[in-house]
Design a protein around this ligand. Sequence first.
Ligand code: ZN
Length: 411
Amino acid sequence: MFNFLRFAVVLTLTALVSCNPAQSQDAPLPTTLPTVMEVRVSATPERARLVIDLGTQSQFSLTSLSGPDRLAIDVRAGAITLAAPEGVPSGTGLVSGFAVRQIGIDRVRTILTLSSPAQVQQAYVLDPFEDQPARLVVDIIPATPEQFATNVAKDLIAASGAAPPGVADTSTPAGGSELPIATRPLVVIDPGHGGIDSGAETASGIKEKDIVLAFGLRLQQLLVESGRFDVALTREDDSFLKLEDRVALARTNKADLFVSIHADSFQQPQIRGASVYTRDENATDVLDKVLADGENRADVVAGFTVPQTAPAVVDILVDLMRREMRVQSFMAAQSIVHQLEPSVELRRFPVRQADFLVLQAPDVPSVLIELGFLSNADDMANLLETGWQDRTADAVARGISLYFDSLKPTE
Ligand code: ZN
């Protein structure tokens, strides 16, 4: 986890410098500054999230403060129109209270009071969409007292200008736990359907296979650009693949994560929203069973027989591995859903289970993302909109990154 966190800290310190008026006097100020319209904080013992609604896109910076332990989040904004400028989070955990103040003509500071040492896991600004304003989202996770003290020291140095010569690099923890990453994890993206199998289709001729291929290619691009992953696709064009071939591709290449992408249909047009599935013989509800049964017939539709997947012999090692993969698959699904949540309409209980055959690899964590449903008009409008596609692909890529972070031992 450490490499990514350090990366996040460097990013935020750069942001601090770039929006410090003292350091950018030559830059013309925009004529209108955004307004802080709403601040929401939620907390559990494992994580906290701050969401700041802004009139428009803005810049931000993050600072760790001690005595008492706090996190300060500054956004470039000209006014506050909050009902209550201070309060307590929903839930109990890492953060015990918050307060919002205008601290300069173009700066609004939100102070989070910490119940225990914590650090920013990630922070990003979402563009406005539909009826939602632009939002700054800050995710916070526990830190050791040493990590927190290091962050406070680094922010002090950053606030006083460049680090003076001779000062030890405090970003390397004692004990030198950081090692270069030898190999990058392999993510296999599986755009559903293809070729003779169009998947879901609307009356106007929009096909699931085309939507999920475009999305898969966009997701591949984002993951490759992050520099952290090798990425393979089960199909890069409009070709047909059997379900078992998709699974085999992931297994043969010893993939670290398999992500199948779909946008199916329900008979009930009111059902909408994104969801992420892991495999379980017992579906979350009857609709999920119908969905999986439909997907599992893809090979039949294309003229192949249904693959026989029931293992003839119970192998205890395979069984143990399968259980471990189910745990990891569930963690991946949760991580992706958590990133989708602030920017995408989700189904109720968005982490779901169903018996999708494409998720059957016993040795590769596997999830299936339903981006939305072609049978719902709102979802379909979203699925065809570039802004929505980009936002959703960004969120899925973040979710995948954070899932891999969570696998690394922290100390
Ligand atoms: Zn599908």
